[in-house]
Ligand binder design. Structure first.
Ligand SMILES: Cc1cc2nc3c(=O)[nH]c(=O)nc-3n(C[C@H](O)[C@H](O)[C@H](O)COP(=O)(O)O)c2cc1C
Length: 190
C-alpha cells in the first residue's frame, strides 16, 4: 500500500484549512486507499530558515524528520489556504528548505478559502514553485470555498456525498501518478 502524506500549511490560530487535511486523512483511511499522515507545519513551529537543508549547520532533528517524511512519501497532498491571492509564508519556507526531496514527487494541491473563490488564485503560484522544484503536480485539483461552512473541526464534511465524489476523482489521479512514478525504470528507457 502506498503512503500519502498530507501537508497542512496554515499555522494560524483558529485555522480552518486544517479541517480539510483531517477530511483527507479520514477519507484515505475509510476507503483503504493508502497509509497516510498529516505533516502539520503548525506543530513543527519551524523558524524562517536561513538556508536550504544542505547549507544548514547542525539542523534540528525535526527539520531532518520533515525532510525524511517528504522524501519517503509516495505522494503528497498539499492543503493550502489562500492569503491575499497567494499561498502562506509557512509553506514557502518549508518548500524552499528542500530540493532533491521534491524531485518527481507526485503532488495534489488542495486550495481553501473563507470566501467563495476557493483559493484558486493561490493555485498557480504554488504550481509554478513546485514545477521549479521538479515536483510532479497532478492535473486534478480540489478546491474548497467557504471552508467555515464546509468541514467541521474533525474533518467531517457538511455534504459528505459531494465531498467524497470530488475527493474520489482527485485521489484516483494522484494514485495513478504515484503508480506511473513507481513504474520500473526500464519502461522509461529510450
Ligand atoms: C493574511 C490573510 C489573508 C487572507 N486572504 C484571503 C483571500 O485573499 N481570499 C480569501 O478568500 N480568504 C482570505 N483569507 C481568509 C482565509 O481564506 C481563511 O482564513 C480560511 O479559513 C483559510 O485559511 P486558514 O486555514 O488559515 O484558516 C485570508 C486570511 C489571512 C490570515
Amino acid at each position: 500500500m502506498r503512503h500519502i502524506s498530507i501537508i497542512s500549511s496554515s499555522v494560524r490560530e483558529g485555522r480552518k484549512s486544517h479541517n480539510v487535511s483531517l477530511y483527507f486523512q479520514n477519507y484515505l483511511i475509510e476507503n483503504n486507499l493508502s497509509t497516510t499522515e498529516i505533516i502539520d507545519l503548525k506543530a513543527y513551529k519551524f523558524p524562517i530558515f536561513e538556508g536550504t537543508l544542505k547549507t544548514l549547520i547542525d539542523p534540528a532533528d525535526n527539520i531532518l524528520e520533515f525532510a525524511q517524511k517528504i522524501k519517503s512519501s509516495d505522494g503528497i497532498i498539499i492543503v493550502t489556504p489562500e492569503y491575499n491571492g497567494g499561498y502562506p509564508a509557512s509553506l514557502k519556507n518549508a518548500i524552499d528548505l528542500l530540493y532533491e526531496e521534491w524531485k518527481h514527487k507526485p503532488i495534489g494541491i488542495v486550495t481553501v478559502s473563507k470566501g467563495p473563490f476557493a483559493g484558486n488564485q493561490a493555485l498557480v503560484s504554488l504550481q509554478f514553485t513546485l514545477w521549479k522544484m521538479r515536483a510532479w503536480t497532478i492535473p486534478a485539483m480540489f478546491s474548497v470555498p467557504t471552508v467555515d461552512k464546509a468541514y467541521d473541526e474533525n474533518g467531517k464534511p457538511m455534504d459528505k456525498t459531494n465531498s467524497d465524489k470530488l475527493a474520489a476523482i482527485f485521489i484516483k489521479e494522484l494514485l495513478w501518478c504515484i503508480e506511473a512514478d513507481r513504474a520500473p525504470n526500464h519502461l522509461w528507457a529510450v
